[in-house]
Design a protein. Structure first.
Length: 207
């Protein structure tokens, strides 16, 4: 069952259409979560979080450019044509990345809330789901703070993704200088408590 659910979630990712792809699969998971037992509720919640991570990884980090410096700078990724053709590639990249991140998080929170509200879930399942909701909410706030502070340093656009004690930061730049890398890592550490070794900074070149 786990492989089937994961395959469906990844299939939703390819479409990148909230109402027809990933969102429909997540609605199915919410329906399942409202009907099955407590042990399986935890499994469903875990699969949702895994699925969200897969989506974020695909959209933000599925690029072809080589890495430049371990843990420091990775190449940009490719995105689908989810936005208007008139936008530049860089504009589309950041807008699509932000949309996919929000969609993944919203759907994960929705399924976890279903676990919390379910009459079939025991106290342990509800406690774990509540903890996951709190963690995701905290990560979202840290991401917003990081993006605001990085933009205040003169970067035109930025997307931050925090997951499981690590952070990936995508910035629009023609070439990041060593002091800029240090600035970004310092901001992430101050806002999320993530050590520099666990921070990846990804450069998205302007169109």
């Amino acid at each position: 069952m786990e492989e089937t659910v994961r395959d469906e979630m990844e299939a939703g990712l390819v479409e990148a259409k909230p109402e027809k792809g990933f969102g429909r699969k997540m609605k199915k998971l919410r329906d399942i979560a409202g009907k099955i037992g407590a042990r399986n509720l935890v499994v469903v919640g875990s699969l949702v979080l895994i699925g969200a991570a897969v989506i974020l990884n695909f959209v933000l980090f599925g690029g072809e450019n080589p890495a430049v410096g371990e843990g420091d700078l990775l190449g940009s990724g490719l995105v689908g044509d989810a936005l208007d053709a008139g936008e530049s590639k860089a504009d589309s990249y950041f807008a699509t990345a932000q949309l996919s991140r929000r969609q993944a998080r919203d759907e994960a929170l929705a399924v976890l809330q279903t676990v919390v509200d379910s009459e079939g879930a025991d106290a342990l399942a509800k406690e774990q789901a509540t903890s996951d909701i709190s963690r995701i909410t905290s990560e979202m706030q840290s991401e917003a703070n990081i993006e605001t502070l990085i933009k205040s340093k003169g970067f035109e656009d930025c997307v931050a993704v925090i997951a499981e004690g690590s952070a990936s930061i995508i910035v629009r730049s023609d070439g990041l200088l060593p002091n800029e890398l240090s600035q970004i890592k310092e901001i992430v550490y101050e806002q999320a408590g993530i050590d520099p070794v666990s921070i990846k900074i990804i450069e998205q070149k302007p169109a």
